[in-house]
Design a protein around this ligand. Structure first.
Ligand SMILES: *[C@@H]1O[C@H](CO)[C@@H](O)[C@H](O)[C@H]1NC(C)=O
Ligand SMILES: *[C@@H]1O[C@H](CO)[C@@H](O)[C@H](O)[C@H]1NC(C)=O
Ligand SMILES: *[C@@H]1O[C@H](CO)[C@@H](O)[C@H](O)[C@H]1NC(C)=O
Length: 629
């Protein structure tokens, strides 16, 4: 926010071009001044240094698309798969009958029973990695808004604040009929309107602070300035780090008041002070950022040994490129096939069946994330296990803790990281079975709220995003028209159609999230059919629209084929062996539980990535050892 101002006022960066973040139109000096005066420049203006087609991936995502330079930057709009549908004043639409839609909470309790059933295939590690990759294109402000900034939504003050949209709990609620909780805090998602970029009489459009590109925003931040201040060590391309308990950690905050609200004082102190302090939130994200932080430094130091003549800048940017590529290789070629089916994804063109380069870039498609993409994946809360089980390195069970109590509690990791790490690939995720863990829907935010039902909020937000009815998404995905509840039989079992009928009067009333909760899983995969459809659309768009996509041979500083073939060897098991505490043995497919065909083996037997293809001959360095990670 400040750098933009500085830059403009001092004219130090006179060559910068300013774009309106929403429209992508160039702004003249008067218009920029107007935003500075109104204090809206941070959200509504993107400052872009002139694009150079040979430059690599920028931290702030600008110039990814050379025709539309601000697209790819933070605070640019998400696109909608289907046009928004709201009632008047952009309030949630009513049911077909004109009545309000059923309470979100009552839809949730009707469709998703509370209980615990472990899965027989997937590990916790999968849910952790899922949270990590999604966070790359999101921001934390929609949670902070009702927990910290506007904590009064269930009080009298909330009634007069339009931003408050608390969930009402009915008197006959299966859980809260025994408590006095009749309201759960919630606020409207931040939008271009709420931050002052668009007039309030226009269709609300969500605004997020990450880049809409998979570039590890949660690690490196969203501008060169932030990365330089908060992340880079300026030595051998490494990230700043601290050593505590003999382990390497991201830097931590020195101030006593910090976002780690759940640290048990005075003993638990650690709180990550990285470009995105939101990494201290859910544990899966916190773990993967900590591990990936280490991976970055391992790769950077290995490259600096391999190429002693490279300077810090070159080491940093090359390492970042490799770390992003490894993360995407695991996301596209390991996690997504596990969830959605390898053959399905090859058929859709999301992944390539070959190891060589692939290039389906289209400069006419700008880098963007659909509004529906993160929203439908909140289904993953139904396979989130509420218990966090901890093991020693030999697989002996030690203890357990509630996972919701780990949110905003980085301090707990200091003494327990190795046991949590071991548990990550030994403990099952929860089964995809229309049952949700009680903690996720009763105390979803741990001690930060008396009671929070994450799934109910997921549904409510659909309505405030103005999502079209579920059956319109069905039509988008299958081409089929659905006009009665019975038509849904191809995607929803009869007993769950019955449950939907109990809450919705008309098939057109069904909310997107509710439909997805009730759906059957896709053939050959383990996710609901509409989630599958929305995610496939996004993954394809990502490969098509990201000019710096790692599989492309025609991008600035592209990998050589030899280098790409090393990236292809990445696996989450190899990742855990490289950076996980005390991980000396693991199953080769670590998103799946160990067992027949996936037996635990020594890390020595897990395929490694060899960095030798990154050797720069002009450095005249010796090559006398293996540069494996
Ligand atoms: C729209 O309303 C919000 C409050 O809900 C306010 O903060 C914001 O400044 C308004 N936007 C404009 C452009 O007036
Ligand atoms: C977890 O947090 C809850 C508050 O939501 C608290 O009552 C409970 O004692 C905590 N449990 C543990 C094991 O720390
Ligand atoms: C809503 O927030 C207020 C203020 O933080 C808190 O006192 C109240 O317990 C919260 N409600 C629930 C149901 O957690």
């Amino acid at each position: 926010m400040y750098y933009l101002l500085l830059c403009f006022v001092s004219c130090a960066c006179a060559q910068s071009i300013f774009y309106e973040s929403y429209t992508g139109n160039v702004l003249n000096n008067e218009e920029v001044k107007e935003h500075l005066k109104k204090n809206t420049a941070f959200w509504c203006v993107n400052e872009v240094l002139p694009c150079n087609p040979y430059e690599g991936r920028r931290l702030d995502g600008t110039c990814n698309n050379l025709k539309y330079p601000n697209r790819g930057a933070p605070h640019t709009p998400q696109y909608r798969l289907l046009p928004a549908e709201y009632d008047k004043d952009f309030e949630p639409k009513t049911a077909k009958s004109g009545e309000p839609l059923p309470l979100s909470r009552s839809v949730r309790t009707n469709l998703l029973a509370e209980g615990r059933v472990p899965d027989s295939r997937f590990t916790q590690l999968l849910t952790y990695f899922w949270a990590h990759v999604l966070r790359d294109v999101l921001s934390a402000h929609d949670t902070l808004k009702y927990v910290i900034w506007k904590p009064y939504c269930c009080q009298e003050k909330g009634e007069t604040d339009k931003e408050c949209i608390p969930n009402i709990i009915p008197d006959d609620d299966p859980v809260h009929r025994f408590s006095s909780v009749r309201c759960m805090n919630l606020t409207r998602p931040e939008s271009f309107q709420s931050v002052g970029c668009l007039k309030n009489d226009t269709v609300p459009e969500r605004i997020v602070t990450s880049t809409p590109i998979f570039d590890l925003s949660q690690m490196y931040g969203t501008s060169l300035k932030i990365a330089n201040e908060k992340a880079r060590l300026f030595e051998k391309g490494m990230l700043k780090f601290e050593v505590e308990n003999g382990k390497l950690w991201p830097p931590s905050t020195k101030t006593p008041v910090n976002v780690c609200l759940s640290n048990q004082k005075p003993y638990e102190k650690r709180c990550h002070d990285t470009p995105d302090e939101g990494v201290n939130s859910v544990i899966g994200l916190n773990l993967f950022v900590t591990w990936t932080w280490r991976l970055h430094n391992r790769i950077a130091t290995t490259l600096s040994e391999l190429n002693p003549c490279w300077d810090d800048d070159r080491l940093f940017f090359t390492t970042r490129d490799i770390v992003i590529a490894i993360t995407m290789q695991i996301y596209f070629y390991e996690m997504s096939p596990a969830l959605m089916g390898f053959d399905n994804l090859v058929r859709e063109g999301v992944i390539s069946p070959h190891k060589e380069f692939r290039d389906i870039y289209d400069e006419n498609i700008v880098p963007q994330v659909s509004l529906e993409f993160p929203a439908v994946q909140r289904w993953a809360h139904t396979i989130q296990e509420g218990k966090l089980m901890m093991y020693d390195a030999n697989g002996n069970y030690l203890k357990e803790h509630r996972i919701v109590n780990m949110t905003l509690r980085t301090g707990y990791l200091v003494d327990n990281l190795e046991y949590i790490t071991q548990g990550a690939f030994r403990q099952p995720a929860a089964k995809a079975d229309y049952i949700i863990d009680p903690d996720v829907v009763q105390t979803g935010l741990g001690a930060n709220q008396l009671s929070a039902d994450i799934a109910t909020s997921d549904l409510t937000k659909n309505r405030y995003f103005g999502f079209a009815p579920y059956i319109k998404y069905r039509k988008l995905c299958s081409g089929k028209t659905y006009s009665t509840f019975e038509d849904l039989i191809d995607v929803i079992d009869p007993e769950r159609i019955e449950l939907l009928k109990e809450k919705y009067k008309n098939v057109e009333d069904i909310d997107l999230m509710a439909g997805i909760w009730a759906e059957k899983l896709v053939k050959g995969g383990s996710v609901p059919v509409t989630l599958y459809c929305v995610v496939v659309e996004q993954m394809l768009r990502t490969v098509v629209s990201d000019r710096h996509w790692y599989e492309r041979p025609n991008r600035p500083n592209a990998f050589s084929l030899e280098q790409l073939l090393e990236i292809r060897k990445a696996s989450v098991a190899q990742f855990m062996c490289a950076v996980g505490d005390t991980v000396t043995e693991i199953q080769p497919h670590a998103f799946f539980l160990p067992g027949k065909g996936n037996k635990m083996c020594s890390c020595k037997d897990i395929q490694k990535i060899n960095l030798s293809p990154w050797k720069d001959l002009s450095c005249n360095g010796k090559q006398n050892k293996k540069y494996e990670i």
